[in-house]
Design a protein around this ligand. Structure first.
Ligand code: GLP
Length: 222
């Protein structure tokens, strides 16, 4: 695990990894997260004006079951924090929808995910794979746990406004990525991060599946 001194350092470190990846492999497929943790990384990437996005395809990890035009949808999040600020066409940016098999097929036909950036939920979820998710699961519709609904209610006016369902890449889908970067910010997540990385693997801690990945890097700051 790489422990960084600040959120700024976490953001620049992961943004540099993404930038170097794109410079080395301009034709590439990248899986991208949402949440508060990656916002700084997106800000840093936006500043890298020379980056060539033309041949990059992005695949978002998840999306709520809600109107994509809603201000708290992950479509809106990505547009406001990233896609609206870089030179990338909507046709390059993919989001999962109810046609989950088509999403899997698209990733597969394009050669799979080369680089996957992940955040970590306080209950150990990655993307929206909640505790109990099968380690081999694929893209699918899921029910969100009470914990995740409460955690994410900070972005909504009322906890009752948080969608109760989402579409997420599965743990098996994520594990097929050739390289995975897990970025974690905040000491409130240190315990779950340690358990996920070092305790026995269990479906109760979805991120523990990552222990089996042979090209995983973890970046953490308090
Ligand atoms: C959401 C997202 C996850 C994200 C998690 C952590 O539930 N679906 O992909 O990793 O939140 O978010 P935050 O970075 O805001 O703590």
């Amino acid at each position: 695990m790489n422990i960084l001194n600040s959120y700024k350092e976490l953001s620049t470190t992961v943004a540099d990894i993404v930038a170097k990846h794109i410079i080395k492999w301009p034709v590439t497929n990248i899986a991208l997260p949402t949440g508060s943790t990656p916002i700084g990384m997106y800000e840093e990437l936006v500043k890298k004006f020379d980056l060539e996005w033309t041949y990059v395809k992005t695949f978002n990890l998840d999306e709520y079951i809600m109107n994509p035009d809603h201000e708290q949808s992950y479509h809106s999040y990505m547009k406001n924090n990233f896609y609206g600020k870089i030179d990338i066409m909507p046709s390059q940016c993919n989001f999962p929808d109810r046609n989950t098999e088509a999403y899997e097929k698209k990733m597969r036909n394009m050669g799979g995910i080369d680089l996957c950036i992940l955040g970590l939920g306080t209950n150990g979820h990655i993307a929206f794979n909640e505790p109990g998710s099968d380690f081999k699961s694929r893209t699918r519709v899921v029910d969100l746990t009470e914990q995740t609904i409460v955690d994410n209610s900070r972005f909504f006016d009322d906890v009752g406004d948080v969608p109760t369902q989402a579409i997420t890449m599965g743990l098996g889908t994520i594990m097929d990525s050739k390289r995975i970067i897990l970025m974690v910010s905040g000491d409130h997540k240190l315990n779950i991060l340690n358990v996920a990385m070092n305790a026995a693997q269990t479906i109760d801690i979805p991120a523990s599946v990552l222990q089996e990945h042979d090209n995983l890097e973890v970046y953490y700051c308090d």
